[in-house]
Design a protein around this ligand. Structure first.
Ligand code: MSP
Length: 534
């Protein structure tokens, strides 16, 4: 197989392929916003990035949803897939591939893969008996995973259904040792550490073969050797990641699909689908003699009033409504900064507004505004001509700014978005304090022009650096800040950034060029009103 050595500067990452049982909710948007922030940070650093997202369109859940609506399943899938793509546009998600499991080229990939696993001797026919949750598309253990009256713990409104049928099984048990050795050799494969422990203890209990076909289900791909059976939706969907790697004009073969971007660097998922990604998926790949991906990160759930938001529960928040009212940057910032990635987090609109007002409107927005105002008054709207080397090493902003990008890069690298924001906002808050303490207005009155300039330079440069490092999260606000600082930079254009604001220089403190003409200060983020009942 032609699995060319990956260039170390390529980075392929995925969101889950979302079920199209309903339009997207904020929980689905959460993973995609995080994936986009990582993709943007890698692009900022100059990597070639492939961000894959898409939709999972087969199986009983989707077939039933379409039936209940009285539409043909493909038509239903087309509508919902379009609503995901429309939301990604509103949230400024820069995805490179949108993988749909009903796409024509996907069937070829699934069949070829199924055949490989079958040729390996890892597929056999047997009888499957058990409780099936259609919302999870998964068999459940009665004692551990269902409530006493037979509802799914993850979908408390969905009753598990009894199944007794002949299915094809995948010999997962064959891969027990190989998987354990793999986890040991690759301690970072499953992140965060708490999820890794969950998986290790699940695997330690002994792996059971699992069924990979269904009968009496039309909506899916037929098993190549026995079209009475339909390939299990998860077997089909995981391969959607592989199909997504194909360049659009290439013949859909595994070899072609795996030739450039494989192994995928990062699968970003929610914790509920960890087992599929961290156990079943690598085992399927071992069977097909394909190397596994580098990392699976399982984040937490967004909850509302303490319960997981889910389409099945009907307690979701409509991201289209939120993005329409507050804009993409507001949502991206709130969810990535406020909820520790990996942990669960509750959504609350009051907290949302308070955070945005405090951080974006006040700390960042006002800082830019008042500093530009002073630069206009005291420095003719130009970046003061200050020699950075002459700013004392113990200048708070200089010392915080000098290695900020290393700390922030490490945080992005660890997918610790809250930490990345926290590090940057430490500089922003220090800048506000610095102005208050240095009081350039009184220095100006005392005719200490060079001191005024030194203060304003340090602050303007700190705002610029903060905007640059925040751009993967708030690309539009960062762009506005850069424009007011006199740069014609749009952070939604990676090629332009690489050219005009490369990471090697712009991630450093002290590069703002003297005498650059500054633009008119305009508010970048409005103060938001709390909802009336508060
Ligand atoms: N179709 C499968 C994934 C197949 S990947 C090859 C699936 N789809 S899903 O639409 O049900 O869920 C997609 C992702 O959304 C999962 O990672 C899930 O954890 C995430 N979320 C669904 N509800 C969520 C919250 N309330 N909060 C955070 N993420 C949530 O599973």
């Amino acid at each position: 197989m032609n699995q060319a050595e990956r260039n170390s500067t390529t980075f392929a990452l995925t969101t889950p392929l979302y079920y199209v049982n309903d339009v997207p909710h904020i929980g689905s948007a959460y993973t995609t916003m995080a994936a986009d922030a990582i993709a943007r940070f890698k692009r900022l650093q100059g990597d070639s990035v492939l961000l894959i997202t898409g939709t999972d369109e087969h199986g009983q859940k989707i077939q039933r949803t379409a039936q209940n609506k009285g539409v043909n399943p493909q038509e239903h899938c087309d509508q919902i897939a379009a609503s995901f793509a429309a939301l990604w546009d509103k949230l400024e998600i820069q995805y490179d591939r949108f993988s749909r499991t009903t796409a024509a080229n996907h069937e070829q990939i699934v069949k070829e893969f199924f055949q490989r696993v079958e040729d390996k001797g890892d597929i056999y026919l047997d009888r499957q008996q058990g409780w099936y949750c259609v919302a999870c598309e998964e068999f459940k253990e009665k004692e551990r995973e269902l409530t006493e009256d037979g509802y799914c713990c993850l979908h408390p409104t969905v009753k598990a259904e009894w199944r007794d049928e002949e299915n094809y099984f995948f010999r997962l048990s064959n891969y027990q040792q190989q998987l354990e050795a793999f986890y040991e050799k690759n301690p970072d494969f499953i992140q965060p550490a708490s999820r890794r422990n969950e998986v290790l203890s699940f695997v330690k209990q002994g792996l059971q073969d699992f069924s990979i076909s269904r009968i009496n289900l039309e909506w899916g791909f037929p098993v190549p050797s026995n079209p009475q059976h339909t390939i299990y939706v998860w077997f089909d969907a995981l391969l959607g990641y592989v199909t997504a790697l194909l360049d659009p004009d290439r013949e859909p073969t595994l070899e072609n699909a795996l030739s450039r971007w494989w192994p995928i660097n990062l699968h970003l998922i929610g914790k509920d689908i960890l087992r599929f990604h961290a156990v079943y998926w690598p085992a399927m790949l071992f069977s097909a003699e394909i190397s596994p991906p580098h990392q699976v990160f399982g984040h937490g759930f967004l909850t509302k009033d303490g319960r997981k938001m889910s389409k099945t529960l009907g307690n979701t928040i409509d991201p289209i409504d939120l993005v329409g009212r507050y804009g993409a940057d507001a949502l991206r910032y709130y969810f990535l900064k406020e909820i520790e990635f990996g942990q669960d987090g509750d959504f609350n609109e009051v907290r949302f507004i308070q955070t945005l007002n405090a951080d974006l409107a006040n700390d960042l927005g006002n800082l830019l505004n008042r500093t530009l105002g002073m630069a206009k008054k005291y420095c003719k709207s130009k970046v003061p001509a200050v020699e950075v080397e002459k700013i004392e090493a113990n200048n708070t902003l200089k010392s915080l700014g000098l290695n900020l990008s290393d700390r922030v890069a490490r945080a992005y690298e660890d997918l610790n978005f809250s930490k990345a924001c926290e590090e940057i906002f430490t500089l922003i808050r220090a800048s506000n304090k610095f102005i208050d303490e240095q009081a350039p207005w009184s220095l100006y009155k005392q005719k200490k022009q060079s001191e005024v300039e030194r203060v304003l330079y340090a602050v303007l440069e700190s705002v610029r650096l903060s905007a640059y490092l925040l751009s993967p999260i708030i690309p539009n606000l960062s762009g506005k800040i850069y424009q007011q600082l006199g740069f014609a930079i749009d952070f939604n254009q990676p090629a332009v950034i690489r050219q005009s604001a490369p990471f090697s220089s712009h991630s450093q403190w002290g590069i703002l060029d003297r005498d650059r003409a500054l633009n008119k200060p305009l508010p970048i983020f409005p103060q938001l009103e709390l909802p009336p009942e508060n």
